[in-house]
Design a protein around this ligand. Sequence first.
Ligand SMILES: [Zn+2]
Length: 311
Amino acid sequence: MSLCSGSLTRRAVLAGAAGVAAIAAAPRLILAATPPHRFKHGAFEIMVVSDGHLVLPTSFLAPQAPQDERAALLKEAGHAGEQFHSATNVSLIRTPSDLILVDCGSGANFMPTAGKLAENLEAAGIARDKITKVVITHAHPDHVWGASDDLDELQFPEAAYFVSAAEWDFWHGDAVAKTIPEERHGFITGARRNLARMKDKLTLIKGGDDIAPGIRALDTSGHTPGHISIEIAGESGLLILGDAITHPWVSFARPEWTSPADHEPDRAIAMRKRLLDRLATDKMRLIGFHLPYPGIGIVERKDGGYRFVAA
Ligand SMILES: [Zn+2]
C-alpha cells in the first residue's frame, strides 16, 4: 500500500493514530508522568528526568560475595523478595547555549516499566528536537536503546551525539560476545543498531574531552570498557556517574563486590573505589543513573566503606 511505503508517511499515519490514542488516554498519561527534579549547579541548570525503572533479579546483586554478609546487607537495603526495582535517572544539563542529555534510556523494547523518558520530557514541556547534544555513558540497553524510536528514527533528531571511542570499538569488535552470556547477545544487536542510527552525527571522544565549556567526559571504564562519566564544573563539582556506581547500598558499603553487569570486574572495582574516595574527599555531588530517583547525593565514609547520602 503506497501510504505505508515511506517512513515519513508511515510516521505521519502513526502520529495521527497516536494523537487519537493520546487524547483518549490523557488523564492516565498525566497521572503516570514523573516530573523532573531540577536544581542549579554553578552556571548550569540540571534536570533529572525519570525513564521509569528496571525490575531486576535480586540474585544479580554481588552473587559471589560471602553469603552471610551479603544476606545482612540486602536485608538492610530492604531487598526481601526475588526481584528489586532499580531507578533509571537520565540527566539533562542546560547551559547558556546547549541542552545536553546524558543517556537516552531504554526505549520501547527493553522492559515495560522503563522507556518513559520521551513521555516524561514531553510532560515537562521539553521538546525532543530542542536537545542539542546527547552523551552516551555506555551502550547497555537501558542507556542507549532509547536513542531510536519504534520506527528506528532518532528520538533526538537535532542533536550531536558523543560516545567514547573505546565503547564504540568494544561493541563493534569480536570480543564483546565473549563477555556477555549467550542469552543476552541481544544487547549487542541493540547497541549496534542504536549506535548506527547516530553515526552521521557522532563524535568519538575519550576521557578528558570537553562536551561543552565546563562539561567534560571522565574515563570511568570497567563496568564496560569504554564507560565514561560526565564531570560538571562549579561549586565542589558534580559527577554524573552512569553505571560506575549502581546500587545505593552494595556499591557504597562493599565496592569490592562484583556485579554480573560489570564487563571487566577488576577494573570496575578499582574504578568504584577511586570514585568513592574522590567523591568523599572532595565532597562532590553525584547523580547515579540507578540510585533511587532522582539519584542525587553525596558520599560519606562509613565503617571502612562508604554510604550514599541522598540530597
Ligand atoms: Zn544501567
